[in-house]
Design a protein around this ligand. Structure first.
Ligand SMILES: [Mg+2]
Length: 416
């Protein structure tokens, strides 16, 4: 393993991104506390809040009732995922003017690798990025920037002095400022690992720093423990690229969409979105699973497999059949959440279709594939869901299948 002596990573983590994006987009909100909610409901909770709201004691996850109680003048805009994704792309373009973005970790976190002379100019580059963003995007969407030997430490640095932070962790300063942090300030230390660390007598970052790598491995019960230890100590850690295993979407249903017929519409919409993403990335799927949670908490999952497929007809037909059978068997009256997953992925060049496939079955398959391609082409041209196999109904809140999830930024084509 290589111990890094230079500043090799610049990490950017935007402050209260959705809430500040709303302030940037809506000047009326700038003087008020802002909490972003996922849908228009008094029974939901905040998915983001600005620093004014934070100062009043609100956190991500505070209920709307609590938000109104603590901040009577709070503004509660509904999340506009499409606007945030547009902003995200403008942000990437601006950062790229100064230094290439190596990896997008989420909608509001990016990593840049510094090479050659960039390392000596790292502070200058960080300032140029901050000024460039203020100019190109606006002063309300603020970044916190961390500079450090590796990605892990640069991310930690970016979080050390939020909002509008700028922290440099140099190899020669380690562990120094790390010992002022709590264990849970380190990315990757949450409930499970945190508990195990406690059981092993590790209660502080100092304790963790002083562990032997093998001991860390034992606590994590995997090689991840050694990786974690190495990153903390400023080593370069490479990890195998993760290979995509599935395309899936899930959705929590709002009150008016919990009847089985509405949930079924939602499932069809999610299936169409997942299928479109699968095709955009040039995969076929051999299996589809549907899962739901009934309003009484009961969960159900079913799966069906088929010859490698990429057409909406196959997926919609399979998803609907699984769903209908489960609803009638279990007499479900109300549902809370539905999800669909396409898996058993394969590339078209790897598929050898069954030589004994009946001629009419083959003709039908190719006809559905051709039709699906035509539909995709039209929807790309007319930006959205101009054409679909059967009607698609948008549930309230919109953005089915195009929500910004941790680690996944939807593409602009996901919105329609
Ligand atoms: Mg952030």
């Amino acid at each position: 393993m290589r111990k890094i002596t230079d500043i090799e990573t610049l990490y950017i983590d935007f402050d209260a991104f959705f809430a500040n994006a709303e302030k940037q987009l809506c000047p009326d909100l700038r003087t008020r506390p802002v909490g972003v909610i996922p849908l228009a409901s008094e029974h939901t909770s905040l998915i983001a809040r600005c620093y004014m709201a934070k100062a009043a004691g609100l956190t991500r996850g505070s209920s709307v009732a609590e938000a109104r109680a603590r901040c009577p003048d709070i503004a509660l805009p509904i999340a506009r995922h499409d606007e945030y994704v547009k902003l995200h792309h403008r942000i990437l373009a601006e950062i790229d003017r100064h230094v290439p973005v190596q990896k997008v970790w989420s909608i509001d976190e990016m990593e840049c690798v510094l090479i050659g002379s960039e390392r000596a100019r790292c502070i200058e580059i960080a300032h140029a990025i901050r000024d460039g963003l203020a100019e190109a995007i606006g002063p309300w969407v603020t970044p916190s920037i961390g500079l450090a030997p590796n990605q892990f430490l640069a991310k930690v640095a970016a979080e050390m002095d939020k909002p509008n932070g700028f922290v440099i962790l140099r190899a020669e300063d380690l562990p120094g400022p790390l010992f002022d942090l709590k264990l849970t300030d380190l990315p990757g230390i949450a409930n499970g690992i945190y508990k195990r660390l406690g059981q092993a007598g590790v209660f502080s970052v100092k304790d963790l720093w002083n562990l032997a790598p093998k001991h860390a491995r034992a606590i994590w019960r995997s090689v991840e423990g050694e990786r974690f230890w190495a990153q903390l100590h400023g080593y370069a850690v490479s990890r195998p690229e993760t290979v995509r295993r599935m395309f899936g979407h899930g959705r929590i249903l709002s009150n008016e969409w919990r009847m089985p017929d509405k949930a079924r519409h939602c499932l069809r919409l999610l299936t169409t979105k997942a299928a479109r993403r699968l095709r955009r990335e040039a995969y076929l799927a051999r299996a589809l699973s549907v899962s739901f949670q009934a309003a009484d908490g009961q969960r159900w999952q079913g799966e069906a497999s088929f010859a490698p497929a990429r057409d909406d007809y196959r997926f919609l037909h399979t998803a609907s059949a699984l769903f209908d059978a489960a609803i009638s068997t279990y007499r479900v009256k109300r549902l809370k959440k539905v999800s669909v997953m396409l898996h058993g992925l394969t590339r078209s060049e790897e598929v050898s279709h069954d030589l004994f496939e009946q001629a009419d079955a083959r003709d039908q398959r190719t006809r559905w594939e051709t039709l699906t391609d035509v539909v995709d082409g039209l929807n790309t041209r007319y930006q959205g869901s101009a054409v679909s196999l059967g009607p698609l109904y948008q549930p309230p809140g919109g953005y089915a299948g195009a929500k910004i999830a941790f680690g996944r930024v939807p593409e602009l084509e996901d919105f329609g």
